[in-house]
Design a protein around this ligand. Structure first.
Ligand code: NDP
Length: 290
């Protein structure tokens, strides 16, 4: 807990990150373009660095959390900012190509670089619920894990710096899919006077049940073989048609089920109607519209 750490970027998230380090007892140096955002942290014991260069010198471990990668480059691009010998942990949201490119750029300038993604809101930072994904050198991760543990549940994904961003968006895809499916069902049931709260626990059991299928389905994807053990894709496609018809009949939005059915139809047209649902990975695995 006496390892010094620097936090650059004190927006809503950066302030939460710096606050968690302070709470865990780390000597914490902070810097933000708008200096006033450091006030509460300074009152809580943080040191405000006068410049980014000074902030970097203060600790061998520097966390960056600003709006986007453009801002990261603007901050560290200045020639008087020496990155040599520092470890940068970039928790700014971005895509995998930006992460890999920034890693090369930082490493060329002598820094060690871990790219990260925060799967949590600021109030959760510092609790186990805050999942923080990191990718880059495993040795660098291990060296700083005891310090980073102050932020939440830190999870190492692999050496490819793009992994944290990819897992991040994969998680979002999962989150929105579950929520959208639930909203579709809720809209349908409300036409019959069933309120959202009544349907929610039922939907929760379905979502949990479906989640149980993932490891088995993953084995089909990884082996590239999709025997219809419980149902064939064409059976699913008939149920999709039913969902679309019911949605239209009761006057609720049918765009989402139509999108899903269009994908299944393409897969069936490609000859996969007799295989199991995860064969759709072949549709998901290529560019849109191909
Ligand atoms: P805020 O808008 O609250 O803060 C943005 C920060 O970036 C501020 O410190 C701002 O400085 C700084 N900044 C932006 N542009 C520049 C620049 N050109 N030069 C220097 N500093 C700059 O955003 P958050 O703190 O909420 O988010 C920060 C990152 O964390 C984002 O990438 C976001 O996607 C990610 N994140 C946020 C979550 C959230 O729930 N808030 C959840 C998960 C990830 P200044 O104060 O001077 O404007």
């Amino acid at each position: 807990t006496d390892t010094p750490v620097t936090v650059i970027g004190l927006g809503l998230m950066g302030q939460a990150l710096a606050g968690a380090f302070l709470k865990a007892g780390h000597p914490t140096t902070v810097w933000n373009r708008t200096t006033s955002k450091a006030d509460a942290l300074v009152a809580g014991g943080a040191r405000l660095a006068p410049t980014v260069g000074d902030a970097l010198e203060a600790g061998s471990l520097t966390i960056i959390c600003v709006t986007d990668y453009q801002a990261v480059r603007e901050l560290f691009g200045a020639s008087d900012v020496a990155l040599d010998g520092t470890t940068l942990v970039n928790l700014t949201s971005g895509d995998s190509a930006q992460a890999r490119e920034t890693a090369r750029w930082a490493e060329q300038r002598g820094a060690r670089y871990l790219d990260g993604a925060i799967m949590a809101v600021p109030p959760a930072i510092g609790t186990a619920e805050a999942v923080i994904l990191l990718s880059g050198s495993e040795a660098d991760f291990e060296a700083h894990k005891p310090t980073l543990d102050a932020l939440g549940t830190v999870t190492y994904l692999g050496a490819d710096h793009g992994l944290a961003s990819l897992y991040d968006v994969a998680g979002l895809a999962m989150m929105w899919s579950v929520l959208n499916a639930w909203l579709q069902g809720t809209a349908l049931l409300r036409t019959a006077g069933v309120d959202a709260a009544t349907y929610a626990p039922f939907a929760q059991r379905i979502a949990a049940g479906v989640a149980e299928w993932l490891p088995g389905y993953a084995r089909q994807i990884d082996s590239g073989s999709f025997p219809a053990e419980v149902s064939a894709l064409e059976t699913d496609a008939r149920a999709m048609a039913h969902l679309i018809e019911e949605s239209e009949a009761v006057g609720v939005n049918a765009e989402l089920p139509k999108l899903i059915k269009a994908m299944a139809d393409r897969s069936i047209a490609a000859g996969h109607g007799g295989e199991q649902y995860p064969v759709l990975i072949e549709e998901f695995g290529k560019p849109s519209g191909d």
